[in-house]
Write a protein that binds this ligand. Structure first.
Ligand code: EPS
Length: 382
């Protein structure tokens, strides 16, 4: 599967093209819109989310409620675009709006302006903005439909916001009813309080999202070539999310300080299946799934647009100047969990189709079933 997204944060609409989706999958906006809604929620979100009512139009790849095997094309209108018509006009306007030139540390502003020779940072902001993640979430929802066809499920939960931590249980009902997407009620309250305090101070907060994938088969990805290793592919996709600064599988940074005997997961056989007595590998060995749940965390830095801006400089003159301030969020970690689910689902669906065939969803399901039947220990297969 391949994904391309296009569209500006304040342009008319966002676009996603998902290529390589198998035919014969039931797919409708009802499979996508709930995730778009979840991405908009979370304590600490900015005023933009009160303007948008993200909903997808499927404009390619689906007919009579089923995928055809053609590229799935998705469009999400930006309701806010009506307020940005002059700024975002495709045609030149007679008196263009003032350029943004005060660079925000932590954002794409400086590197992007230098790279593309932009004199208006707006030309960088519009595409680097995390608004683009709405298109990713729509595409990820399609990937989740592929995964669900063979019983694979991706979940996320907030592990930390600022210095407030919790231990994820992935209890979906409790997570989705929390304003910060943590199933731990007491931790949720402390996370909300920490975000409120950061907002009062004109500051922002980051955090950690935990992801768990269940229902997997062993053998997705490959140890045979560096760029087929699934842990690398997952890390790349998660690291590509706006604000992501780190990825770890299970508790990798703790395990790195321990002995091998404490870290590797003993193999047992239960009810005719290979099992592990623990899962410190995070479900991946040798760049392949090992059949256990995939466990992966993503660290998100605090949002870089600060209401009390850091010292910075002007792009055109180089003169010292506080960073540009514009409407933004205080904390996006709850929403980032939904985006991370989408990216993880996308990579796993891609790996699944690569192994089992991407043409038709029924063929795919039959191939996975056959494979599952042959995964028993050798002497139990006879
Ligand atoms: C976002 C929409 C954006 C920001 C945020 C994410 O809307 P606007 O820029 O119109 O307020 O709220 O983007 C950033 C934090 C950023 O730095 O770009 C969204 O829909 O997720």
């Amino acid at each position: 599967m391949r994904l391309l997204t296009a569209g500006e944060s304040h342009g008319r609409e966002l676009v996603a093209i998902v290529d390589g989706v198998p035919a014969a999958l039931a797919l409708s906006p009802g499979d996508i819109d709930p995730d778009l809604r979840r991405r908009q929620l979370g304590y600490g979100r900015g005023a933009r989310q009160r303007i948008e009512r993200d909903a997808v139009s499927i404009v390619g790849g689906v007919r009579q409620g089923r995928t055809t095997g053609a590229p799935v094309a998705l469009v999400i209108p930006n309701r806010d675009a009506v307020n940005w018509e002059r700024v975002m006009s495709v045609e030149p306007v007679p008196d263009p709006p003032p350029a943004v030139t005060r660079l925000r540390p932590g954002h794409a502003d400086l590197a992007g302006a230098l790279k593309f020779a932009h004199e208006d940072v707006r030309d960088v902001i519009e595409r680097s903005s995390a608004r683009e993640t709405a298109a990713r979430v729509a595409a990820g929802a399609v990937a989740k439909v592929v995964l669900r066809r063979v019983g694979i499920e991706v979940r996320s939960e907030t592990r930390a916001i600022g210095d407030v931590e919790s231990t994820p249980t992935f209890d979906a009902a409790a997570v989705e009813s929390s304003e910060v997407r943590s199933a731990d009620r007491a931790a949720s309250e402390r996370m909300v309080a920490a975000i409120a305090k950061a907002r009062e101070a004109g500051d922002t907060l980051g955090g950690i999202v935990a992801l768990r994938v269940s229902g997997l088969v062993a053998g997705l990805g490959s140890s045979a070539q560096w760029d087929r290793r699934l842990d690398g592919r997952i890390a790349q996709a998660l690291m590509s999310i706006q604000s992501a600064k780190g990825v770890q599988f299970a508790d990798a940074f703790v395990a790195a300080r321990e002995h091998g005997s404490a870290v590797h997961d003993p193999i047992t056989v239960e009810r005719g299946r290979f099992m592990r007595t623990r899962n410190r590998a995070g479900g991946l060995e040798g760049g392949m799934t090992n059949g256990e749940d995939v466990l992966v965390d993503v660290a998100f830095k605090p949002i870089s647009t600060l209401m009390k801006p850091l010292p910075s400089a002007d792009l055109r003159t180089g003169a010292p100047s506080p960073a540009h301030v514009e409407r933004s969020d205080v904390c996006v970690v709850p929403a980032a969990g939904v985006v991370a689910e989408a990216m993880l689902a996308f990579v796993l669906a891609d790996a699944l189709l690569e192994k089992f065939g991407a043409d038709n969803a029924d063929d795919l399901a039959a191939a996975v079933e056959r494979y599952r039947a042959r995964l028993a220990p050798i002497d139990q297969r006879r």
